[in-house]
Ligand binder design. Sequence first.
Ligand SMILES: *C/C=C(C)/C=C/C=C(C)/C=C/C1=C(C)CCCC1(C)C
Length: 255
Amino acid sequence: MDIVTPFQFSLVYNAFSFTFAAMAAATAFLWLSRSQVAPAYRTAVTISGLVTAIAAYHYFRIFESWNAAYVLKGGVITATGFAFNDAYRYVDWLLTVPLLLIELVLVMRLSPEQTSSKTVRLGFAAALMIVLGYPGEIAIDIPTRALWGTLSSIPFVYIVWELFRGLGESIEQQPAAARDLVRRARLLTFASWGFYPIVYMAPYAGLTGANVTTVIQLGYTIADIVAKAGVGVLIFMISSRKSQAEGHVAGVHAA
Ligand SMILES: *C/C=C(C)/C=C/C=C(C)/C=C/C1=C(C)CCCC1(C)C
């Protein structure tokens, strides 16, 4: 395993620790605020909190794994022999990426047929994208990484297309007060998701060894905060805006 510098070690260590806290805080916020939105949107908010809860757990495990992989003594880092486990991240994505797409579809409140067909198609494409990306992530040579990365990009392109074209039509049917927020949630999803394949390509840019490890870990971590906690809070805001537009009064139970 490549030995990171003490600076790189602390940077990644602190990023993982911060992200665990951010995901846990987002979970508490989402679950505690759930009752402020109309019943029709509660599942979307619950799932948003589930995504950050699953991520909080995995960041705790990733943090522990990072901490176990290296030892810092007298300003010098040595490898302990326990490999840093990247699989936590991919298992996390396998669960959270389909759920993120489901929360986006649910908050749109489409017809039941549209909801289930979009959920199934997007969920399946998302899982396929993650499964195809993993062999490339752990590959040690660039051609293998590029091959799996390219295969993984096929379902990725489909998802982006579906978010822009398919959900685009539904955006026009959203209440005027929520339309901009829904557009923003879609854009934030698109921008943060687009960041993952860019981070994945870091080794193509000539980065090697501990530098590439650091860039990849920090890059995915930043993208995760935006894609999960950031989008989760937007989902809550959309739900509350739409609840108001539909006559729901926060804190008052339906008469
Ligand atoms: C919370 C985690 C999220 C939103 C993860 C999203 C991950 C991606 C959009 C990953 C995409 C990839 C490609 C399109 C090609 C290279 C391999 C991946 C898996 C990094």
